[in-house]
Design a protein around this ligand. Structure first.
Ligand SMILES: [Zn+2]
Length: 109
């Protein structure tokens, strides 16, 4: 059994890539893959994939997102304009929200 990495990044978050080929790129998380400790980020880490012709598609080469290691991405805080770590805060009504470690901005509504 592989260890799953604890991450606070979720689908639809904006993240910045902090290491690797696409370092500095930003994009929206389209999928979190906890078992693989990786995320899929829209339009980042694109790979070309050859597909075979089927009834529904003409086949050919399509661009597709390849998973990025979670450790190589950080949440992009719109206020800090930088990649930040996330903290979790419990509100008075018991709701848990994510906040920016740097500016304290509440990121979940
Ligand atoms: Zn911030």
């Amino acid at each position: 059994m592989t260890a799953t990495v604890k991450t606070r990044i979720r689908k639809d978050d904006e993240v910045i890539i902090i290491a690797g080929r696409d370092k500095g790129a930003r994009g929206k998380v389209i999928r979190v893959l906890p078992q693989d400790s990786s995320v899929l980020v829209a339009k980042v880490n694109m790979i070309k994939r050859h597909t075979r012709q089927t009834e529904n598609s003409a086949g050919g080469i399509i661009d597709k997102e390849a998973p990025l290691a979670i450790s190589n991405v950080q949440y992009f805080c719109a206020k800090c304009k930088a990649g930040v770590r996330l903290a979790v805060k419990t509100l008075e009504d018991g709701r848990k929200v994510r906040t920016c470690c740097k500016c304290g901005e509440v990121l979940d509504r």
